[in-house]
Ligand binder design. Structure first.
Ligand SMILES: Nc1ncnc2c1ncn2[C@@H]1O[C@H](COP(=O)(O)OP(=O)(O)OP(=O)(O)O)[C@@H](O)[C@H]1O
Length: 310
């Protein structure tokens, strides 16, 4: 098990990571969710022994990683946010190169390269140079490099940023397979709430260097268990209608865009008579309405007053 205890990193007095506590058990997928600058990359840089903490500890099987980094390094793969590949080489040549600088035995490396190429879905691109790859293919190869030594824990730092939807789905499916078939533990950082919801068993939500919520999806959403989100589809949005909604004390987080309006309301509130009366008053035609359970995005908004992707 990897444990992070009161982990802190300060850059020139500015706190990038502030007293973070988290753990990852073998075989689970843990999500680190947070907006840009939340401290996710800095946390995993310390987790993967790339930078030293200012305070706190990283433990692997109860032993300090700072004092003894090699035990964790042996079982850890890291997929960095930046693509680090040789573009004048093929995928196989890149894997060959990265395997040999890790001093992997020749026969083992040969075998692992074939397995990894299949895992990342690049087995049918033997002659193509990486410079001719799409962004998504490069990301897949970047993941492949981290898989060469068959890690038990894999850290992935925003692996789907800036790639096409097809490659994104491929990466998400690969992550699921690695976890389900090989029991690999994955630490997955993202600012895409849907990815974290789809993949992760447990989630840590970070903001401004701190963990502001953690637990299973259900536990985190239970923070808002007293509220539902209501989505209205109108024929046409009017400002008077929105203003009148904003005056209602029982509803909050009102947003209106084009013909869609959303707001939060306490679960036990019977808001329909009030809503229909406002529609009637402002001659707004209500085409449909939907009551939804809260999402992780709603929890983030509730805790910070901001959206994840602003
Ligand atoms: N080497 C550094 N020197 C100074 N400040 C840094 C350094 N690395 C990170 N920071 C600052 O620490 C804070 C956290 O950054 P970090 O990259 O960990 O966030 P993040 O959640 O990974 O965001 P992103 O998704 O943009 O990578 C930011 O304010 C960032 O500017």
């Amino acid at each position: 098990m990897i444990e992070v205890v009161n982990l802190t990193k300060t850059f020139k007095k500015a706190s990038a990571v502030d007293q973070v506590n988290l753990y990852v058990e073998p075989g689970e997928i843990v999500g680190l969710l947070g907006p840009n600058g939340a401290g996710k990359s800095t946390t995993i840089a310390m987790l993967s022994t790339l930078i030293a903490p200012t305070g706190g500890e990283v433990l692997f099987n109860r032993k300090s990683v700072v004092k003894q980094p090699s035990a964790l390094r042996k079982v850890l793969g890291v997929v960095p946010q930046e693509i680090a590949l040789y573009t004048e080489l093929t995928a196989r040549e890149n894997l060959q190169f990265f395997g040999s600088i890790q001093k992997m035995p020749k026969q083992l490396l040969k075998k692992r390269i074939e397995i990894v190429l299949e895992q990342i879905g690049l087995e049918n691109e033997p002659k193509k140079l990486v410079k001719h790859y799409s962004g998504g293919m490069k990301r897949r190869l970047n993941i492949g490099v981290a898989l060469l030594h068959e890690p038990e824990y894999l850290i992935m730092d925003e692996p789907t940023v800036g790639i096409d939807p097809q490659s994104r789905n491929h990466i998400l499916e690969t992550v699921k397979k690695l976890n389900e078939q090989l029991n690999m533990a994955i630490i997955y950082t993202s600012h895409y709430m849907e990815e974290v919801e789809f993949l992760c068993n447990r989630i840590y939500i970070m903001d401004q260097g701190r963990v502001i919520a953690s637990g299973t999806k259900e536990e985190i959403k239970a923070i808002l268990s007293s509220e539902n989100k209501v989505l209205l589809k109108l024929e046409k949005l009017s400002n008077q209608f929105l203003n009148e909604l904003m005056k209602q004390p029982e509803i909050s987080n009102i947003e209106g865009k084009e013909s869609i309006v959303s707001f939060s309301v306490a679960k036990e509130t019977n808001f329909l008579p009030m809503l229909l009366a406002i529609c009637e008053k402002h001659k707004v035609l209500l085409k449909s309405f939907q009551v939804e359970e809260p999402t992780l995005e709603d929890v983030f908004l509730h805790l910070t007053g901001r959206t994840l992707r602003n």
